[in-house]
Write a protein that binds this ligand. Sequence first.
Ligand SMILES: [Zn+2]
Length: 290
Amino acid sequence: MRNRKITYISIIILFIISLILAGIIWHGKNQELKIIFLDVGQGDATLIMQGSKQILIDGGPSGQILMEKLGRYVPFWDREIEMVIATHPDQDHIEGLLAVMKNYRVDALLETTVQSESQLYQKYEELITQKQIQKVSASVGMRIKLDQAEMEILSPSSVVPTSIVKDTNAYSILIKLVFGQESFLFAGDLPDSEERKLLQNNSNLEATILKVAHHGSKYASTNEFLEKVHPRSAIISVGKNNRFGHPTTETLDRLQANKINIFRTDEIGDILYECQKPSTVANQCQLIAN
Ligand SMILES: [Zn+2]
């Protein structure tokens, strides 16, 4: 009788292990590219994933919210984030990253060399050192490969200070991800003065989807910039009833005048794009309702 019980329990355990293994194998083969603009309130956090590889651009203003969001999209057995990109060291972009560093193994951290005077930034730097995370300084032209997608750094183009600066937005990392005919431009909190420099340098700004700079601030997303990027859709990562009045009517009007579809995290939550294999077909990245 006892032997029979042990046999039954063993079969059940084996069955559960097989299910988990099947899940891992299925997930590994499920290679479509996903780009998820996470609804983290007033801030930015974008998860890019293909198979078991993840790149996280910024971490939003709260570790708790970010952990909840990552738990929803990253399988529980995957405790590794291949790369974290901190566009600039403002609280609404790096606070959540502390929890990421504590809960995941971060292989590399791409950042600018500018420093912030905040206490949060001190803690963030200490944690990077403590966890021995490899730091990489972003420079224009740098490329990051992610299976069939490729990312390129387009800004900061000017010399970046290695000291504390008051306005870190101007040194935001601007990245473009290209996947076949589709491309995503992640504009961080880049202000209009930097947009003008990029236009003067004739930077390769064209993209099908734009992550709008600085949560829709009126001091970014100029008409000239939007004309050059010429996206079909714009994503605004913004918190409900935030104290900055983001996104501003000026920016919304400019997006509408350029006939760009607008999607906002405060209105629809997480914004998920799923991209099928690169091909010559247009719109291969589809917006999936969450
Ligand atoms: Zn911001």
